[in-house]
Each structure stands twice: as structure tokens, then as C-alpha cells.
Ligand binder design. Structure first.
Ligand code: BTN
Length: 349
């Protein structure tokens, strides 16, 4: 396997260890990424550190849920190797294709790409930033849940953009992003992916990816959007074991062979296009495609509100992004927020 260079920023918040440890982790990862065995002695020599230091770095990587074999007398190996994120290629590929991203930060490990972007936004307002991480220590999902983020097993990225739209115009934004991602993933998988309102990308009821959009701004003419996407790529059972719902990996669904880096470029440029389309047309530019993309259209569902449950059949979507449910008392509409939609046989939403 070709060795790839992992580029990362030098920000001290990125990995909770000092700069030289961080640099050593990155160098160790490049060496181990080909899936071959390397002795502790060889690695120590290459990095100019002691074998104990190598052992400590390996321990750190294992704590990030990277599967590494340690075999006495042979050394260390990542079974099957790993494809690291390739920052320079990503920047090169996106330069020609994106209009909203001015900066792409590739991080080895971070608390959450969403939190990183919020912090960066405080320092550098007005610029579109993309942040992609190999690992998150405190990845966040919707409704206060965590997001399992084992090292290099999946894709975790956040996009921060400032748009000349007030909060009132953003009702369907997150749904528009979900629909765009579903369409891109469908090109890669020969139409296998559906969107479960509001933000779950699924294959046959199993979760493939989740989207978390956080918006802040004023009600009329400006907003900051923090668009977070987590997509399962090639997660092992032992890494995703704590996830409390069925899930699936994109690698197992691909109709054509693609690398994790190629998938990432396609997803990022898809989000870029979706932002542009939303700016010119709003959710009107998307909503006609809902029926073809919805996982639960015309199926019996329940809407779970804070203190009650409404049952009915999902019949469509409004131009505002609200879901339409046909109930015994007629068609009722619901906005996302803290509401969750469940297929009537589901245990979880
Ligand atoms: C969901 O609950 O379905 C949404 C999950 C969103 C996870 C992504 S991973 C990248 C970004 N950083 C986070 O902490 N969360 C989002």
C-alpha cells in the first residue's frame, strides 16, 4: 500500500500531548500504515526515541481504538494497514471544485471537529473552514448523544460557513445537506442509500451516517453554520460495539472501488454545491426529490414529542422542511428540533 503523508496543524488543542509527541505519533502512523510488522527497535531508531517511548505511543493509539497487534519478538502491526487522510491531495482536489471553503484542517485527534470549528470561528470569522479528523475523543451526535469515532475507521468532518441568510431562512438547510449527501452516496452505491428524516443516512434501516447542523446568528440576514458529518467507512465490530442501533459501513456498499480520501472529496464538494443551491433557491431547490430519497415514505411511523407520541403514515415534506404525517385527524406537520421519527417497529429513533 502507498504510504501517505498525514498533514495536521500545530495547534496545541489538537492532540492532548506536546508537539514532539504529536509529530512522533504522525510519523509512527505513516510507518505502520502499510500493515507490515515493525519491531520496537526499528521504530525507535526511525523516530529517534526509546523503545519505551514507542510502547507509550502505541498505547496512546490503541486508546484511540486503532487496532494494533503487538507480538513479542516481532513488534507491532496494523492488520490490513490503514489509509490515512491525505491533506495535500484533499486540498488540491477541492481547490478546483469548491467555492465556500477557504481552509482545510486535517487533525490527527481532537475532542470534536464541531467544537474545534466553533473555537476557530471565534478567532477567524467570515472564512469557510473544513475540519477533518482521524479520531475524536468526544464526538457529538444529535440529542446530546456521543458519536463513536475510532481512529481512521470512518470519516468525521465539520464545515463552518457564514451565510447571508437569517435563522428564519434556514428551516430546511440541514435536510438539504442530508438529501445532497444521500444523492452523492447513491452514485457510489448504485442507489442503496435513503434519508431517514431529519438527518440519518441509512441502508435497509441500518445507519450509515449522521449529520449534525448547528446554526447561530440573527433572525434576518446572517448566520454561521457548523455542519458536522460522521460516516461509517470500515469500522470493525470491536470498534463500533457500543453503538446502540444497527449500523453499516460504506465500504461494504460501494458499487465501484473508492478510497476513503476519494469519498471525502466527493462528500465535501457535494456539501459545497448544496450550500450554493440553498443560497440561490432555498429548500425549494431540494424538496421535490424527497419522496425518492425518504427511507420511510408511505410507511407507518411515530413522531416522538417531549411528552407524547403521534402515530400515522409519512406522506411527504413541506417547503419548510417539516415532515407531513397522515394521522387519524388529518395531515399533521412536525419540525425537527427535539422531535424524533421512528418506524413503528423501531426501538430507537
Ligand atoms: C447524529 O447523531 O446522527 C449526528 C452525528 C454527527 C457526528 C459528526 S462526526 C463530525 C462532527 N463532529 C462531531 O462531534 N459530531 C459531528
Amino acid at each position: 500500500m502507498k504510504k501517505m503523508v498525514i498533514k495536521s496543524t500545530d495547534k496545541s488543542s489538537v492532540v492532548r500531548c506536546n508537539t514532539s509527541v504529536k509529530a512522533n505519533i504522525d510519523r509512527l502512523l505513516i510507518l505502520l500504515s502499510d500493515g507490515e510488522f515493525y519491531s520496537g527497535e526499528y521504530l525507535a531508531k526511525e523516530l529517534g526515541v526509546t523503545r519505551t517511548a514507542i510502547w507509550k505511543l502505541i498505547k496512546k493509539l490503541k486508546s484511540w481504538q486503532l487496532n494494533i497487534y503487538s507480538v513479542r519478538g516481532r513488534g507491532y502491526k496494523i492488520p490490513g494497514g490503514i489509509e490515512l487522510l491525505d491533506g495535500s491531495r484533499l486540498r488540491e482536489d477541492l481547490k478546483l471544485r469548491s467555492s465556500h471553503f477557504n481552509r482545510i484542517d486535517i487533525l490527527t485527534s481532537i475532542d470534536s471537529t464541531a467544537d474545534y470549528l466553533s473555537r476557530e470561528w471565534q478567532l477567524n470569522r467570515g472564512k469557510g473552514i473544513v475540519c477533518v479528523a482521524e479520531h475524536q475523543t468526544a464526538g457529538r451526535g444529535r440529542k446530546g448523544r456521543g458519536w463513536t469515532s475510532p481512529f481512521a475507521a470512518n470519516l468525521y468532518f465539520s464545515i463552518g460557513v457564514s451565510l447571508p441568510l437569517g435563522m428564519t431562512a434556514l428551516g430546511g438547510f440541514s435536510l438539504a445537506i442530508g438529501m445532497s449527501l444521500a444523492k452523492i452516496l447513491n452514485k457510489m452505491t448504485a442507489q442503496k442509500i435513503k434519508l431517514k428524516w431529519p438527518n440519518d443516512l441509512v441502508f435497509e434501516g441500518k445507519k450509515l451516517a449522521g449529520i449534525l447542523v448547528e446554526a447561530s446568528g440573527d433572525s434576518n440576514d446572517s448566520s454561521f453554520l457548523n455542519i458536522g458529518v460522521g460516516l461509517n467507512w470500515d469500522m470493525h465490530q470491536n470498534q463500533g460495539g457500543v453503538i446502540d442501533q444497527p449500523w453499516v459501513n460504506l465500504k461494504d456498499l460501494l458499487a465501484v472501488e473508492m478510497t476513503r480520501n476519494q469519498v471525502l472529496v466527493n462528500l465535501l464538494s457535494g456539501v459545497d454545491e448544496a450550500i450554493e443551491r440553498y443560497l440561490t433557491k432555498g429548500f425549494k431547490g431540494f424538496y421535490a426529490e424527497w419522496k425518492a430519497l425518504s427511507a420511510l415514505i408511505l410507511q407507518p411511523v411515530s413522531i416522538h414529542l417531549a411528552h407524547s407520541v403521534v402515530s400515522g403514515v409519512e406522506v411527504g415534506i413541506e417547503e419548510s422542511g417539516a415532515i407531513q404525517i397522515k394521522t387519524a385527524s388529518g395531515i399533521e406537520t412536525f419540525h425537527s428540533g427535539e422531535v424524533s421519527l421512528r418506524k413503528n417497529s423501531d426501538l430507537d429513533g
